[in-house]
Design a binder for this molecule. Structure first.
Ligand code: NAD
Length: 432
């Protein structure tokens, strides 16, 4: 099949590269000319493990190319919409990229083509996409389907190649059959292609993300309570996780969720609820708990230094919103660093891949260093924000000899408090 992917961000690039690998003929289309030029020079604008090699191999094989020219759509069978749907000022999803893409597509599409929305869009959007095509093209409109994406940054290629499930929302059985053929190579390990209506597919994506965000906010609220009552959330977590109705996944306390999806999707679904006259009590609380959680480590630091943060040297390990990505959208590290700088602290930070993005936020207000140990030298405290594998087992004796004061603020409960304390450190985790 000939495929066009509109939008070459995290989702568009991974989708395009994986579909090309499965034998399809793929063009990645974007309005960002700089991005397309880089891709055509073989430079990948995002960090995602294995993606650069896959794109290079597929480009070389002649199955993957990139353009800014919407007229490539003329020779497509299937067009995926993978443009961004960021948050608007009122919390709802901003669909302006969807509408401008649809208007551009309308100049080139035919009724034989299928336009598939992979971007996360509020319920009702795909039907409006169809109406918009019809307003341009009357009965010459293409088919429309919803196919929400569940990949996770950091493991995106594996998630796309071996999905848990593929959800498609359609109006007609024939559309589902077309997508079944396209996805067949990815379903060989037994995953199902779940066919449902457009509205249900759109809701499925939001409900999945909101449920996961709810688990995180729930365990964070319980961790904070453990801090107050002298319990250890790690023991509590094990105590509940062995109950099969509860389980262990997504119940790790930390510094709050960030990234390009959970925060905006929780707020967007809240806005959908409000628009339908419903009060999204839980969703609002999930968001509130998360926003507060982003300040918890700062409050611990503030208390630990008796409010005297001016001139303190604080080393921060990990800036990306999670390991495996350079994405810092809504990252908790940004909130912590902003507050520390506002108090006059001297902040030095390290991240394996996200430092260039962080530099665009803080400029020279923050010292970034390629060596995680160098920023620890002379520090009054070390704060762990992102649980990258390279931070998992530091040499605590060496850290102790380098630091001026020995305190570790472990925002991911990564370290064993006893081991850390045995090296002369004070240990502050989340709910321990
Ligand atoms: P992104 O911001 O990384 O990339 C979006 C791309 O779309 C950009 O390159 C931008 O230039 C391009 N674009 C914008 N308007 C365009 C237009 N009119 N025509 C062509 N290109 C245009 O976004 P992303 O993180 O890949 O997310 C895309 C969508 O997928 C969002 O709706 C997001 O919620 C959803 N999603 C993201 C993830 C993730 O982990 N990032 C996972 C699942 C779903």
């Amino acid at each position: 099949m000939k495929i066009t992917i509109v939008g070459t961000g995290y989702v568009g690039l991974v989708t395009g590269a994986c579909l090309a690998e499965s034998g399809q003929d793929v063009v990645g289309l974007d309005i960002n000319a700089e991005r397309i030029n880089s891709l055509n020079r073989g430079q990948i604008p995002i960090h995602e493990s294995g993606l650069d090699d896959l794109i290079a191999a597929q480009s070389q094989a002649g199955r993957l190319s990139f353009t800014t020219d919407y007229s490539v759509v003329k020779s497509s069978d299937v067009i995926f919409l993978a443009v961004g749907t960021p948050q608007s000022h009122d919390g709802s999803a901003n669909l302006s990229a969807i509408w401008s893409a649809v208007d551009e597509l309308a100049r080139h599409v035919t009724p034989e083509m299928l336009v598939v929305t992979k971007s996360t869009v509020p319920v009702g959007t795909n039907r409006k996409v169809l109406e918009r095509f019809r307003s341009h093209l009357a009965n010459r409109a293409p088919g429309v389907a919803s196919n929400p994406e569940f990949l996770r940054e950091g493991s995106a290629l594996k998630d796309f190649r071996e999905p848990d499930r593929v959800v498609v929302g359609v109006d007609e059985a024939a559309t589902a059959e077309r997508l079944q053929r396209l996805y067949a190579p990815f379903l060989q390990r037994g995953a199902s292609l779940l066919v449902m209506g457009l509205e249900s597919a759109e809701m499925t994506k939001y409900v999945a993300n909101c449920f996961l965000a709810t688990k995180i906010s729930f365990i964070n609220e319980m961790a904070n309570l453990c801090d107050s009552v002298g319990a250890d959330i790690n023991d509590v977590r094990k105590g509940i996780g062995h109950d099969q109705r509860i389980g262990f996944s997504f119940l790790m306390p930390g510094v709050g969720y960030g990234g390009s999806c959970f925060p905006k999707d929780v707020r967007a679904l809240s806005q959908v609820a409000v628009a339908h006259g419903r009060d999204p009590v839980m969703l609002r609380s999930v968001d509130q708990v998360n926003e507060a959680q982003k300040h918890v480590l700062f409050q611990k630091l503030h208390r630990h230094f008796d409010g005297q943060l001016h001139g303190r040297k604080i080393a921060v390990w990990g800036l990306a919103f999670k390991p495996g990505t350079d994405d810092i959208r809504e990252a908790s590290s940004l909130v912590l660093i902003e507050r520390l700088l506002a108090e006059g602290a001297i902040v030095k930070a390290h991240d394996p891949v996200a430092m260039p993005n962080v530099r665009t936020v803080f400029g020279d207000r923050l010292e970034l260093n390629d060596d995680p140990l160098e920023i620890v030298a002379g520090a009054d405290a070390l704060v762990l924000m992102t649980e990258w594998p390279e931070y998992r087992s530091p040499n605590f004796e060496q850290l102790a000899s380098l630091m001026s004061q020995r305190t570790i603020f472990d925002g991911r409960n990564l370290y064993d408090p006893n081991q850390v304390r045995a090296c002369g450190f004070r240990y502050k985790g989340i709910g321990r």
